[in-house]
Design a protein. Sequence first.
Lengths: 507, 299
Amino acid sequence: MGAHYAGEDDIGNTVHLFFHFDPLLALVTMVSARLLYGALVFALITVAATVLFGRVYCGWICPLGAVHQFSSFLFKKTRFLKPPRQDKASLAPKYYILIIVLAGALFGLDLAGYLDPISFLTRSFSVAVFPALAHAMSSLNGLLYGLGITGLARSISQGLENWMINVTFLQGLSVGLIFLAAIALNARKERFWCRYLCPTGALLGLLSRWNLFKLRIDDDKCIKCGLCTQHCETQAEPYPNEKWKSGECVYCQNCASICPTGAIRFPLSGRPEKLANVSNVDLSRRKLLLTTLLGLIAVPFFRLTPSRKRASLKLIRPPGSLAEDKFLAKCAKCGQCMRACPTNGLQPALTEAGPEGIYTPMLVPKVGYCEYYCSLCTQVCPTEAIKKLTIEEKNKLKIGTAWVNKSRCIPHVLGKPCIVCEEHCPVSPKAIKLVEVKTQLPDGSTAVQMAPVVDLKLCTGCGICENKCPVMDDPAIFVTSVGETRSATNQLLLDLSAGSDSQERFW
Amino acid sequence: MKRRAFIRDLALTGLALRFGPGLAAGQGPAPAGPLLLAAVEGESPAAITREAVAMLGGMKAFVGKGDRVVIKPNIGWDRTPEMAACTNPEVVKTLVELVLEAGAKKAVVIDNTINQARRCYVRSGIQEAVKQAGGDMLFVDDYRVKRTALNGTWIKAWEVVLDIIEADKIINVPIAKHHSLCRLTLGMKNWLGAIGGARNQLHQDIDKAVVDMAAFFRPRLTVLDAYRVLVRNGPQGGRISDTELVKTVVAGTDPVAVDAMGATLLGIAPRELPCLGLARERGLGEFELGKVRLEKRKI
């Protein structure tokens, strides 16, 4: 799963297409970024399917739902989970989460990605699950080599190199633990996430009351054993019939198959469900208003951050990223760009982009750099927070600017030769030039050496210089975001001759 | 052989013998014995590679039946062949073919790349070329990089790619390029792609490092690709205008002489490259081409 380099510059259709069928992401992105976009059409298919057939998306399509269903199944089989005869727990949290997410969207705040199931799953796999697996495979390799099983070990290592799984992630621990927690919660309640947390499920639940197939129990056959309600994955309470909640049912058909007398069917019915029967939640106007109000009040909290006043030093966005406010309004934090990045340089942010930017991508040159002949990250973004670019277009952009720290640079300080940054600089002519520098050494002598200086106009901010600098702990050449093409204000070089055009970006 | 071709070859060989070594060195006739160096110019990278190896006595002189041969090109960069940052894929392909024709069991092509390995292997065209020729491409495996005693004058021990040193025979296939620190990167510097570790720290005394590496990795054969060479913005270039066509392949058993010939082709006198002098002191070979049994040919 996921997008990675497979020997072609054009990555083609990948998992990012799946996002287009996600109505919550589509809705929130459109509202928060204030625009319509083509992928909406796909989301409408899901909406139409839900209106007609109920939450089949959750039960049959959602991959995170499948993960939860499978782990619930395992927990049940191993008896960690013993479902009660009847569960009275409130199903409200997911609706409140949905309301807060939608309220945020009104203010240009994109919170959908954190708990949207597709985003959550792809982020968890890109940043934590795949990396952990690759680590495990690599350790296994060490063992295999140790045991002398070199053939297998070699196949594994060559395979890992081919799959290009990035294994270094700043937030790998937090993303991984949250994912594990989401799985572990299934030991408490079957499909815990789908019942109580999923905002996409909540949205689809609200759409499902008109659906054409409603649960009917044949009273003549029913022996009132309660198995259907006990084993209902999403607490939709098939029995008694009038309590069945259309907004919670995911049409998994477990109740129908577990019923000893075959009393449960889903016949065609045009009658809309009563609002009270959508869920066990009292979605009365008073509570709805209150939650919405709370959501709206909470939004400004996200904005109390200096990152809105001045660009963040280390916030180097992937090439093709929109200007920061638009980027934040669109990024789904799905981690697909981080999966696609061939150098592992794209990392989930924690504090660098402010509170609404948690898990958004940024380039960390110490980990990996922006590969010159690559535009994969721009091809996999499901919401076009990163605009799709060809390699030629990408290489005309600046994502930042490199700076030499002369108090740490080997030729500048030690008077010894080192041209590593210059030799790695991928642009031609090189943005890093070598000039003769005189250095006073501690013994009083003077060394003359060629030392790097950066031509700010040529530098694209790719960060390979920082990545390859032999000064390990704090590289003597480093990239900051200033000069990034996407920003009209985070600029250094004043280009008055170009006129007003220079301020106009094509996005 | 056609009569015309025979006369042409005879004349060219005669000219090369008369002027080639003499011009390069200007000191007496070249010593007798088997050829140590062959430089062939021509339109087809494959043909000149074949010819150069044939002049040295053919691949069978270097590769035995059942050998596991490692061919080490420069695949350091995620660059297409016309950027001349990596060894010409045709040259590598020809060598794989020659090695397998000579009866080798396996021809393995490997490099510890600078950009992401798979991208370099693909974009350089070398992966496809090696596949076509029936060779094997191998990625460097972290578990197969071990700190090894080099016993160099500067570097006593370093992380070395085991798949290279464990081979029965090693063939070095560098490309001639501009480099801002070494001026040129040729055959001996290509061994920096056969090691792991903190390679970027070797630049503090790169010539010593290069010679220590060259003294450790003793290739049976060095085949220098100077078909399309990088003349500025090395070692990776980026524009076709950074390259020039020299259309020559230099093959030799003396790695120092091969590099010296490479330097000459790029218009730099071998004595201006410090690593060649250091290498001669270490007994790795001869950079004064007049003292080397060599032959130049144009096909």
